[in-house]
Design a protein around this ligand. Sequence first.
Ligand code: GLU
Length: 254
Amino acid sequence: MKRIVIKVGSHVLTENGAVAKERMRDLVELIALVMENGQEVILVSSGAVSAGYTVLPLDRRSVGNRQILAAIGQPLLLKMYQEKFALHNILCSQVLLSAGDLDSKKRTYLAQLAIDGLLSNGVVPIINENDVIATEELEFGDNDQLSAYVAYNFDADLLVILSDIDALYDKDPRVFSDAKVRREVSSITKEELNAPSTAHNEFATGGIVTKLKAGDFLLNHGKEMFLATGFDLDDVKSFLLDGIQKGGTHFCGV
Ligand code: GLU
């Protein structure tokens, strides 16, 4: 694998109403190790709205407030990332995208040039939805799908989704104690894709269905996806660095 997209969700980056700095530090450390291993990493990070809320607790249910929170939180988030990456002498950068940016060939090409340029200079692009203007995203959209489009359009081989869910199960593990992990998935059914989307966290907009949609999109485009917990990076570390799957779900064509 040459180029990897790692997506981290709001829930993983937030704890007790504040940015979970230790988790961010661990994530950045992992990215540094993956880069040392000769792979390029694009990070898709949520957490703008939740970071904004830590300094100005506006009601997040209003779209207008979420725009304000994202505008405040995005620079706070990036500042924290910059500090953490600096400990590894790595530069990071901010790339804000809206769905429309990947609609036209010309804009996609311009974005590809920017991403390629950053990566060839050893800089980590940190991508988020441009939440301040992409209000339809704030109402229901999600970074799971954005990260799938990023992986496809910026020619990554693999998308890693670090979530509050440690894997895909055969039934809801919060309801059924005998739910089993599905370690490998090579196709996703229509029923699975059409199930209602349920996010576990007040800041997150996704849920398992949006991850399945991301996986379905990538499988249909000959790419792979790995879903693992973002709370403990052991599973993703052994998958990326040693090629060993301890936990998590690997979405991979047959
Ligand atoms: N882009 C939003 C944020 O940074 C989160 C969207 C999502 O988690 O899917 O807060």
